[in-house]
Ligand binder design. Sequence first.
Ligand code: MG
Length: 243
Amino acid sequence: MTISPFLKSIFVAAALAACTTPPATTPQDNSFALSEGVDWVANNPEWGEKAEEVYALATDYVEEVASERPANSWAVVLDIDETVLNNVDYQIRRERLGEGYTPESWSNWTAEKSATLVPGAKEFIERVNALGGHVALVTNRADTQQLWTEENLAAVGLERNEDFRVLLTKAEPDGASEKDARYELVPAMLAVQGYPDVEIVAYIGDNRYDRPMPVREEDKFFCIDQGGMYGTPCAKDPQPVMN
Ligand SMILES: [Mg+2]
């Protein structure tokens, strides 16, 4: 096979670029300022307190549910990122580099499995199980990141079967970001696992779209605001939002 002069010039240019490109890691810069939302999650104890406040309200609610329904007849659905797992370290790293989110850096982060717990999440999940409810996790992490995600959850003490029975990621590249179709699948998945006729009684998330859309009055939704660190927060100012 012969290589055209044009392609050859591209290869030469690429080889030269490879020689001159600085290393991917840059020296740590401690003088950079975090964005407001990331700074709030990372450095303001109020963030954890607000999250615990939302989970305390959700706990009161599921205790009421459990007093009125038989065990194994109800479930709660939680988002994962910034609802159960805290990824603020990823954000800090990106801001330190002067970069934002990229699918590749995010995928590398999920492979590290080092996200920490959102305060209150583990206690809530354990309480739901103790009360006879089921926990389903519905996330827009990619299906290719599902195993890493489960391992990260296990690392913070949340295990499949013991703590959650369903974990639905978003199929790449064509799965819908909207979670409605996956929400609808949750009772069917619980049914084939031996728990027929389960009803979802609440949704917990950090984004106003972490619930069936369009909004239905009858859905119970608990939202942990992240100060706008990601996507579309529940409210303009950091605060728990319940309805
Ligand atoms: Mg989230």
